[in-house]
Ligand binder design. Sequence first.
Ligand SMILES: NC(=O)c1ccc[n+]([C@@H]2O[C@H](COP(=O)([O-])OP(=O)(O)OC[C@H]3O[C@@H](n4cnc5c(N)ncnc54)[C@H](OP(=O)(O)O)[C@@H]3O)[C@@H](O)[C@H]2O)c1
Length: 265
Amino acid sequence: MPALGLGTWHMGESASRRRHEVAALRAGLARGFTLIDTAEMYGDGGAEEVVAEALDGARDRCFVVSKVLPQHASARGVVAACERSLARLRIDRLDLYLLHWRGHIPLAETIGAFEGLRREGRILRWGVSNFDTGDVEELLALPDGRHCAANQVLYHLGERGIEWALADLCGRHGIAIIAYSPFDEGRLLAHRALASIAARIHATPAQVALAWLIARNVIAIPKAAKVRHVDENAAAAALQLSDATLAEIDDAFPPPSHATPLAVI
Ligand SMILES: NC(=O)c1ccc[n+]([C@@H]2O[C@H](COP(=O)([O-])OP(=O)(O)OC[C@H]3O[C@@H](n4cnc5c(N)ncnc54)[C@H](OP(=O)(O)O)[C@@H]3O)[C@@H](O)[C@H]2O)c1
Protein backbone atom coordinates (compact mmCIF):
# COMPACT_ATOMS: atom_id res chain seq x y z
CA MET A 1 0.00 0.00 0.00
CA PRO A 2 1.21 3.55 -0.68
CA ALA A 3 2.35 5.80 2.20
CA LEU A 4 -0.12 8.59 1.44
CA GLY A 5 -3.75 8.44 0.45
CA LEU A 6 -6.71 10.74 -0.08
CA GLY A 7 -9.47 10.86 2.55
CA THR A 8 -13.08 11.54 1.55
CA TRP A 9 -15.07 12.08 4.75
CA HIS A 10 -17.68 14.88 4.25
CA MET A 11 -17.38 14.59 0.49
CA GLY A 12 -20.56 13.83 -1.44
CA GLU A 13 -22.72 15.64 1.11
CA SER A 14 -23.53 18.67 -1.01
CA ALA A 15 -24.25 18.98 -4.73
CA SER A 16 -22.72 22.47 -4.83
CA ARG A 17 -19.33 21.25 -3.52
CA ARG A 18 -19.19 18.13 -5.67
CA ARG A 19 -17.32 19.65 -8.62
CA HIS A 20 -14.55 20.89 -6.30
CA GLU A 21 -14.31 17.56 -4.52
CA VAL A 22 -13.94 15.64 -7.78
CA ALA A 23 -11.33 18.18 -8.93
CA ALA A 24 -9.37 17.79 -5.66
CA LEU A 25 -9.32 13.98 -5.90
CA ARG A 26 -8.31 14.15 -9.58
CA ALA A 27 -5.53 16.59 -8.68
CA GLY A 28 -4.40 14.13 -6.01
CA LEU A 29 -4.24 11.28 -8.52
CA ALA A 30 -2.33 13.52 -10.94
CA ARG A 31 0.16 14.47 -8.17
CA GLY A 32 0.97 10.84 -7.44
CA PHE A 33 -1.47 9.83 -4.70
CA THR A 34 -2.45 6.24 -5.47
CA LEU A 35 -4.85 5.40 -2.63
CA ILE A 36 -8.35 6.72 -1.96
CA ASP A 37 -10.12 6.03 1.32
CA THR A 38 -13.90 6.13 1.40
CA ALA A 39 -16.85 4.46 3.15
CA GLU A 40 -20.51 3.68 2.59
CA MET A 41 -21.19 6.00 5.55
CA TYR A 42 -19.68 9.14 4.01
CA GLY A 43 -22.44 11.26 2.53
CA ASP A 44 -24.69 8.16 2.68
CA GLY A 45 -22.84 6.73 -0.30
CA GLY A 46 -22.30 10.17 -1.86
CA ALA A 47 -18.55 10.09 -1.24
CA GLU A 48 -18.24 6.81 -3.14
CA GLU A 49 -20.02 8.46 -6.08
CA VAL A 50 -17.58 11.38 -5.97
CA VAL A 51 -14.71 8.87 -5.99
CA ALA A 52 -16.25 7.11 -9.02
CA GLU A 53 -16.27 10.38 -10.93
CA ALA A 54 -12.68 11.16 -9.94
CA LEU A 55 -11.49 7.66 -10.85
CA ASP A 56 -12.88 7.76 -14.37
CA GLY A 57 -10.04 6.38 -16.50
CA ALA A 58 -7.64 6.15 -13.53
CA ARG A 59 -8.96 3.07 -11.73
CA ASP A 60 -5.94 0.94 -12.62
CA ARG A 61 -3.58 3.45 -10.97
CA CYS A 62 -5.48 3.66 -7.70
CA PHE A 63 -5.83 1.47 -4.60
CA VAL A 64 -9.46 1.86 -3.47
CA VAL A 65 -10.44 1.38 0.18
CA SER A 66 -14.03 1.37 1.42
CA LYS A 67 -15.75 0.40 4.67
CA VAL A 68 -18.83 -1.45 5.76
CA LEU A 69 -20.93 -0.12 8.64
CA PRO A 70 -21.11 -2.40 11.69
CA GLN A 71 -24.89 -2.76 11.33
CA HIS A 72 -24.31 -4.26 7.85
CA ALA A 73 -21.57 -6.64 9.02
CA SER A 74 -23.63 -9.87 9.03
CA ALA A 75 -22.90 -12.72 6.58
CA ARG A 76 -25.48 -11.47 4.07
CA GLY A 77 -25.25 -7.79 5.02
CA VAL A 78 -21.54 -7.51 4.16
CA VAL A 79 -22.07 -8.97 0.69
CA ALA A 80 -25.02 -6.67 -0.04
CA ALA A 81 -23.17 -3.60 1.30
CA CYS A 82 -20.10 -4.46 -0.77
CA GLU A 83 -22.18 -4.80 -3.94
CA ARG A 84 -23.79 -1.39 -3.27
CA SER A 85 -20.36 0.19 -2.73
CA LEU A 86 -18.98 -1.36 -5.92
CA ALA A 87 -21.99 -0.09 -7.88
CA ARG A 88 -21.60 3.46 -6.52
CA LEU A 89 -17.84 3.37 -7.14
CA ARG A 90 -18.40 1.89 -10.62
CA ILE A 91 -15.62 -0.66 -10.15
CA ASP A 92 -15.74 -4.45 -9.96
CA ARG A 93 -13.36 -5.00 -7.05
CA LEU A 94 -12.28 -3.18 -3.90
CA ASP A 95 -8.58 -3.28 -3.06
CA LEU A 96 -9.30 -3.17 0.67
CA TYR A 97 -12.60 -3.50 2.54
CA LEU A 98 -12.73 -2.52 6.21
CA LEU A 99 -15.18 -3.06 9.05
CA HIS A 100 -15.70 0.63 9.98
CA TRP A 101 -15.91 -0.05 13.72
CA ARG A 102 -16.89 -2.94 15.89
CA GLY A 103 -20.61 -3.51 16.44
CA HIS A 104 -22.75 -6.33 17.83
CA ILE A 105 -22.41 -8.86 15.01
CA PRO A 106 -19.89 -11.60 15.92
CA LEU A 107 -16.50 -10.90 14.35
CA ALA A 108 -16.26 -14.50 13.07
CA GLU A 109 -19.40 -13.94 10.97
CA THR A 110 -18.01 -10.74 9.42
CA ILE A 111 -14.65 -12.37 8.70
CA GLY A 112 -16.44 -15.30 7.03
CA ALA A 113 -18.24 -12.85 4.75
CA PHE A 114 -15.01 -10.95 3.96
CA GLU A 115 -13.29 -14.23 3.09
CA GLY A 116 -16.19 -15.15 0.78
CA LEU A 117 -15.90 -11.78 -1.01
CA ARG A 118 -12.18 -12.37 -1.36
CA ARG A 119 -12.70 -15.81 -2.93
CA GLU A 120 -15.27 -14.31 -5.32
CA GLY A 121 -12.78 -11.61 -6.35
CA ARG A 122 -15.02 -8.77 -5.15
CA ILE A 123 -12.32 -7.58 -2.71
CA LEU A 124 -8.57 -8.07 -2.77
CA ARG A 125 -7.97 -7.81 1.00
CA TRP A 126 -9.98 -7.00 4.11
CA GLY A 127 -9.25 -5.26 7.38
CA VAL A 128 -10.74 -3.40 10.32
CA SER A 129 -10.96 0.12 11.71
CA ASN A 130 -11.02 1.54 15.25
CA PHE A 131 -9.83 -1.80 16.69
CA ASP A 132 -7.98 -1.49 20.00
CA THR A 133 -5.40 -4.00 21.28
CA GLY A 134 -7.99 -6.38 22.80
CA ASP A 135 -10.08 -6.32 19.62
CA VAL A 136 -7.04 -7.17 17.47
CA GLU A 137 -6.06 -10.02 19.84
CA GLU A 138 -9.60 -11.40 19.62
CA LEU A 139 -9.52 -11.10 15.83
CA LEU A 140 -6.18 -12.89 15.54
CA ALA A 141 -7.53 -15.83 17.55
CA LEU A 142 -10.38 -16.43 15.09
CA PRO A 143 -10.18 -18.68 12.01
CA ASP A 144 -8.77 -16.57 9.14
CA GLY A 145 -8.34 -13.63 11.54
CA ARG A 146 -4.69 -13.52 10.54
CA HIS A 147 -5.73 -12.53 7.01
CA CYS A 148 -6.53 -9.05 8.35
CA ALA A 149 -4.45 -6.64 6.23
CA ALA A 150 -5.00 -3.29 7.97
CA ASN A 151 -6.34 -1.46 11.00
CA GLN A 152 -7.41 2.14 10.33
CA VAL A 153 -7.14 4.20 13.50
CA LEU A 154 -6.96 7.79 14.73
CA TYR A 155 -3.28 8.70 14.76
CA HIS A 156 -1.60 12.07 14.51
CA LEU A 157 1.02 14.13 16.36
CA GLY A 158 -1.46 15.10 19.06
CA GLU A 159 -2.80 11.58 19.54
CA ARG A 160 -0.01 9.03 19.86
CA GLY A 161 -1.74 6.47 22.10
CA ILE A 162 -1.34 3.61 19.59
CA GLU A 163 2.45 3.73 20.12
CA TRP A 164 2.01 2.18 23.58
CA ALA A 165 1.06 -1.31 22.31
CA LEU A 166 -1.35 -1.36 19.35
CA ALA A 167 1.14 -0.32 16.67
CA ASP A 168 3.60 -3.04 17.72
CA LEU A 169 0.90 -5.70 17.92
CA CYS A 170 -0.30 -4.86 14.42
CA GLY A 171 3.27 -4.67 13.11
CA ARG A 172 4.12 -8.12 14.48
CA HIS A 173 1.15 -9.62 12.61
CA GLY A 174 1.60 -7.83 9.31
CA ILE A 175 -1.42 -5.59 9.87
CA ALA A 176 -0.75 -2.21 8.26
CA ILE A 177 -1.76 0.87 10.25
CA ILE A 178 -3.73 3.45 8.31
CA ALA A 179 -3.68 6.76 10.19
CA TYR A 180 -6.95 8.64 9.87
CA SER A 181 -7.51 12.35 10.61
CA PRO A 182 -3.75 13.03 10.33
CA PHE A 183 -4.43 16.75 10.95
CA ASP A 184 -6.96 16.13 13.74
CA GLU A 185 -9.57 17.34 11.23
CA GLY A 186 -7.49 20.48 10.67
CA ARG A 187 -7.08 21.53 14.35
CA LEU A 188 -3.49 20.28 14.59
CA LEU A 189 -2.32 22.66 11.88
CA ALA A 190 -2.81 25.69 14.16
CA HIS A 191 -0.47 24.28 16.83
CA ARG A 192 2.28 26.81 17.60
CA ALA A 193 5.09 24.31 18.16
CA LEU A 194 4.29 22.55 14.90
CA ALA A 195 4.21 25.87 13.04
CA SER A 196 7.61 26.84 14.43
CA ILE A 197 9.21 23.47 13.58
CA ALA A 198 7.75 23.68 10.07
CA ALA A 199 8.97 27.24 9.52
CA ARG A 200 12.49 26.30 10.61
CA ILE A 201 12.74 23.52 8.01
CA HIS A 202 10.97 25.55 5.27
CA ALA A 203 7.95 23.28 5.20
CA THR A 204 4.31 23.72 6.21
CA PRO A 205 2.65 22.29 9.35
CA ALA A 206 0.64 19.89 7.16
CA GLN A 207 3.79 18.60 5.46
CA VAL A 208 5.57 18.04 8.79
CA ALA A 209 2.51 16.23 10.21
CA LEU A 210 2.44 13.91 7.18
CA ALA A 211 6.20 13.40 6.92
CA TRP A 212 6.23 12.40 10.60
CA LEU A 213 3.53 9.76 9.98
CA ILE A 214 5.41 8.44 6.94
CA ALA A 215 8.55 8.19 9.09
CA ARG A 216 6.51 6.10 11.58
CA ASN A 217 5.79 3.61 8.77
CA VAL A 218 2.07 4.14 8.65
CA ILE A 219 -0.21 5.11 5.78
CA ALA A 220 -1.67 8.61 6.19
CA ILE A 221 -4.93 9.59 4.50
CA PRO A 222 -5.38 13.37 4.72
CA LYS A 223 -8.61 14.76 3.35
CA ALA A 224 -8.35 17.89 1.25
CA ALA A 225 -11.14 19.30 -0.85
CA LYS A 226 -8.99 22.23 -2.01
CA VAL A 227 -6.45 21.66 -4.79
CA ARG A 228 -3.87 23.91 -3.09
CA HIS A 229 -4.09 21.69 0.00
CA VAL A 230 -3.68 18.57 -2.17
CA ASP A 231 -0.55 20.08 -3.75
CA GLU A 232 0.91 20.92 -0.36
CA ASN A 233 0.18 17.45 1.02
CA ALA A 234 1.63 15.68 -2.03
CA ALA A 235 4.96 17.42 -1.45
CA ALA A 236 5.18 15.86 2.03
CA ALA A 237 6.16 12.53 0.44
CA ALA A 238 9.57 13.99 -0.38
CA LEU A 239 10.16 15.63 3.02
CA GLN A 240 12.74 13.79 5.15
CA LEU A 241 12.77 14.76 8.83
CA SER A 242 16.21 14.80 10.45
CA ASP A 243 16.87 13.13 13.82
CA ALA A 244 17.08 16.60 15.38
CA THR A 245 13.66 17.55 14.01
CA LEU A 246 12.16 14.24 15.13
CA ALA A 247 13.52 14.89 18.64
CA GLU A 248 12.04 18.39 18.62
CA ILE A 249 8.68 16.90 17.59
CA ASP A 250 8.87 14.39 20.47
CA ASP A 251 9.43 17.26 22.91
CA ALA A 252 6.40 19.15 21.64
CA PHE A 253 4.18 16.08 21.15
CA PRO A 254 5.38 13.43 23.61
CA PRO A 255 4.82 9.72 22.99
CA PRO A 256 2.50 7.94 25.47
CA SER A 257 3.83 7.13 28.94
CA HIS A 258 1.06 4.66 29.82
CA ALA A 259 -1.72 2.63 28.19
CA THR A 260 -4.90 4.48 27.21
CA PRO A 261 -8.03 3.25 25.43
CA LEU A 262 -7.88 3.78 21.67
CA ALA A 263 -9.06 7.31 20.82
CA VAL A 264 -11.73 7.48 18.15
CA ILE A 265 -13.61 10.19 16.30
N1 LIG B 1 -12.09 4.93 9.97
C1 LIG B 1 -12.62 5.95 10.60
O1 LIG B 1 -13.37 5.82 11.57
C2 LIG B 1 -12.29 7.35 10.12
C3 LIG B 1 -12.59 8.46 10.92
C4 LIG B 1 -12.24 9.72 10.46
C5 LIG B 1 -11.61 9.87 9.23
N2 LIG B 1 -11.37 8.78 8.44
C6 LIG B 1 -10.71 8.92 7.11
O2 LIG B 1 -9.55 9.74 7.26
C7 LIG B 1 -9.63 10.84 6.37
C8 LIG B 1 -8.91 12.06 6.92
O3 LIG B 1 -9.44 12.47 8.16
P1 LIG B 1 -10.41 13.75 8.33
O4 LIG B 1 -11.13 14.02 7.08
O5 LIG B 1 -11.21 13.46 9.57
O6 LIG B 1 -9.46 14.96 8.72
P2 LIG B 1 -7.96 15.45 8.37
O7 LIG B 1 -7.47 14.82 7.12
O8 LIG B 1 -7.19 15.32 9.63
O9 LIG B 1 -8.22 17.01 8.14
C9 LIG B 1 -9.03 17.48 7.08
C10 LIG B 1 -9.08 19.00 7.17
O10 LIG B 1 -7.74 19.51 6.97
C11 LIG B 1 -7.78 20.47 5.91
N3 LIG B 1 -6.52 20.37 5.16
C12 LIG B 1 -6.09 19.37 4.36
N4 LIG B 1 -4.87 19.63 3.87
C13 LIG B 1 -4.51 20.84 4.38
C14 LIG B 1 -3.36 21.64 4.23
N5 LIG B 1 -2.33 21.25 3.49
N6 LIG B 1 -3.32 22.85 4.88
C15 LIG B 1 -4.37 23.26 5.65
N7 LIG B 1 -5.48 22.51 5.83
C16 LIG B 1 -5.55 21.31 5.20
C17 LIG B 1 -8.96 20.10 5.05
O11 LIG B 1 -9.42 21.25 4.36
P3 LIG B 1 -10.10 21.19 2.89
O12 LIG B 1 -10.94 19.97 2.84
O13 LIG B 1 -10.88 22.47 2.86
O14 LIG B 1 -9.00 21.18 1.85
C18 LIG B 1 -9.95 19.62 6.11
O15 LIG B 1 -10.61 20.73 6.70
C19 LIG B 1 -11.15 11.03 6.20
O16 LIG B 1 -11.48 11.89 5.15
C20 LIG B 1 -11.59 9.60 6.06
O17 LIG B 1 -11.31 9.13 4.74
C21 LIG B 1 -11.67 7.53 8.89
